[in-house]
Design a protein around this ligand. Sequence first.
Ligand SMILES: *Cc1c(COP(=O)(O)O)cnc(C)c1O
Length: 368
Amino acid sequence: MFDHRIHNFNAGPAAIPLPVLKKAQEEFLNFKGTGMSVMEMSHRSKEFEAVLARALDGVKNVMGVPDDYSIILVQGGASLQFSMVPMNLALPGKKIDLIQTGAWTQKAEKEAKKHAEVNIAATTESENFMRLPRPEEIKLTADAAYVHMCSNNTIFGTEYHWLPDTKGVPLVADMSSNICSRELDVSKYGLIFAGAQKNLGPSGVTLVIVRKDLAERADKKLPSMLQYRTYIAENSLYNTPPTFGIYMLALTMEHIQETGGLKATEARNVAKANTLYEAIDGSKGFYRCPVNKADRSRMNVNYRIYKGDTANEDLEKQFVKEAEAAGLAGLKGHRSVGGLRASIYNAVGQDSINALVAFMNDFARKNG
Ligand SMILES: *Cc1c(COP(=O)(O)O)cnc(C)c1O
């Protein structure tokens, strides 16, 4: 085992910035002189209300959220949003458009179908989701209730570097695995959601940013806990929220601000992804990335190891095992795709990328 921190390439829950963990450790037993951990205090105390405000203001400032949007924190993960979005945003007699780009949009489709007819506006399933649809392939319904997309496909390693033009129909984006990794214009979206455990902190908190008028679409007979308006009206304190996760979200937002905001974060992520993809593409075919170049993710880098003309699972298994022993964790690909995957979220530094590339070059020399 290790007596130091390893290079963490886990897909989620995933690495958290070290300064955030240290700050939490420093404040763990006695939060700001209260004599309690932040986990041990009332969610209605003024101390916790201040933490919640730091988290929400942090998101607003970091992401540049306009005033006509509400920022709320819910539980149930991104997976509950696959249900809450259609429950709240579907409209009688109107279709939901969905761009099918992998396992997470398939799960969203399954839930959306329970509330409305779903039009698959485009799909790349026949190509194993190794690319995104091109803009001209997306066939949207003119008056859909909304359009659902997943901005970064964690499992398949694709990421949009452009936005579909929905012609005024609200765009809903599952940003679980690339939220706060790059600059964005929130006003282009109707609703954004993300589970926290990739780029925002620990699991248990889900961030939802919703245009206020859209939150008013929902039938008031829906369970209160499943209506966005409940969270908006009660400032995410209708019931006991995941207080420690919210505290970690506040620290993570402050860390992003202290390290240059989304612009600087994006520049670091571009450099990291470039280093890794260049190592793969420059390995003379030993490592190969199956993902279409223009759609490659900066957060989840999928690749395989080849022996001659075929991917070699034995070498991949050996790679994962030896990498783990060398302090490089979480490199096994998702079970549905196989191969290798390096998840390189905001908290994974260039130093970790360099360590991985050095290991890869060495492994290729020994086994190529
Ligand atoms: C991880 C992930 C999810 C699932 O999140 P849960 O919090 O486990 O529900 C959904 N969508 C994407 C894009 C993800 O990366």
